[in-house]
Design a protein around this ligand. Structure first.
Ligand code: BTN
Length: 324
């Protein structure tokens, strides 16, 4: 079920963001709402999984820092024109929202505090707890035929990696074909690319990005080895600032890719590629191919030197380091 951002919920979080105890009556007075309305908001936050303490006669306090996303704050920091950012408190999937609601031909962005049906590659779920990470989708109208977009997922991964490097997170940063971003060999971000429409050499694509930002625990929901920016730095990160930087970088990379294809990104990819020259396995449906990773070609396909000496290009698949 889709939930728009509630102004009152945002205000309560703002009041509690000092980490101190605030009683329901005082919060209600400050917001001009009843005590029971405050209690409902607190209950909603608890249902979202926000760690809140409540002590009789003292009130409520946040256990952890919490800053919610603010669409206008993000929009103000963008260096390109966008009509509006669709921000939801909760939604099934930001990718699905754009696919079902985005009818015009311009660029459009959707963000959510949480997803109830976040989707990853290979039909996997993308764990999307409330207000911890970035769940972002961007519908981008390319002046290109679909056949020219095969390197897009690599470019999106590079834009994310560049954003992380620009905020000082370059230690152990790498990309894993086709679109994972890793930190010290643990997944920190992934991209899901879906086709929205195509006609006369123009293609609209939905680029869905998940970045693990402040998520610390609950790892049992995720099968891969994962990390988050907060896990790596020990610091709570402002997602508004990060979203804006990420969107600016993504826009720059997408525009360059639209104009010049994958060629100008090859060097950056090679420098960050964690599989390069390693013995790897590529899983495609029921087949597993083994060999040595020789890099990528200009279509973004993975080049695998097979045991018979031949080099084979893979357009899709799941790559992993091969433990013989
Ligand atoms: C992957 O690595 O498997 C891709 C993960 C993509 C997750 C993002 S979160 C925002 C957008 N909405 C979704 O449902 N999925 C993408």
């Amino acid at each position: 079920m889709k939930k728009n951002v509630s102004k009152n919920l945002t205000k309560v979080v703002h009041i509690l963001s000092d980490g101190k105890y605030h009683d329901g009556a005082a919060i209600g007075k400050a917001m001009n709402i009843s005590r029971s309305a405050v209690w409902k908001i607190i209950k909603k936050l608890k249902n979202y999984g926000v760690p809140l303490n409540s002590i009789k006669n003292k009130g409520y306090a946040l256990n952890e820092p919490l800053v919610l996303l603010d669409a206008s704050l993000i929009k103000d920091q963008l260096d390109f024109e966008i009509k509006n950012i669709h921000l939801f408190e909760q939604i099934e999937s930001t990718n699905d929202y754009l696919r079902m609601n985005h009818k015009n031909k311009s660029m459009s962005i959707c963000l959510a505090e949480s997803q109830t049906n976040g989707k990853g590659r290979m039909e996997r779920a993308w764990y999307s707890p409330f207000a911890e990470n970035i769940y972002l989708s961007c519908c981008f109208p390319f002046q290109k035929d679909i056949s020219e977009l095969s390197g897009l997922s690599l470019v999106a991964g590079l834009a994310i990696a560049h954003t992380l490097r620009a905020i000082g997170m370059e230690d152990g940063l790498s990309v894993k074909w086709p679109n994972d971003v890793l930190m010290k060999d643990k997944k920190i971000s992934g991209t899901l690319i879906e086709l929205q429409g195509e006609s006369h050499g123009k293609t609209q694509v939905i680029i869905g990005i998940g970045v693990n930002v402040n998520m610390m625990s609950d790892g049992h929901h995720i099968k891969t080895n994962w990390t988050s920016l907060r896990r790596e730095t020990g610091k709570y990160i402002d997602r508004n600032f990060l979203c804006a930087r990420l969107l600016n970088m993504l826009f720059r990379y997408l525009k360059k890719f639209e104009k010049m294809g994958l060629a100008p990104f090859m060097e950056e990819w090679v420098a960050l590629d964690c599989l390069m020259k390693k013995k790897i396995a590529i899983k495609q449906a029921d087949h597993v191919f083994q060999g040595v990773m020789k890099g990528i070609n200009e279509q973004g396909h993975l080049l695998l030197k097979m045991t018979d000496g031949g080099v084979r290009a893979f357009a899709s698949g799941e790559a992993s380091v091969w433990q013989a």
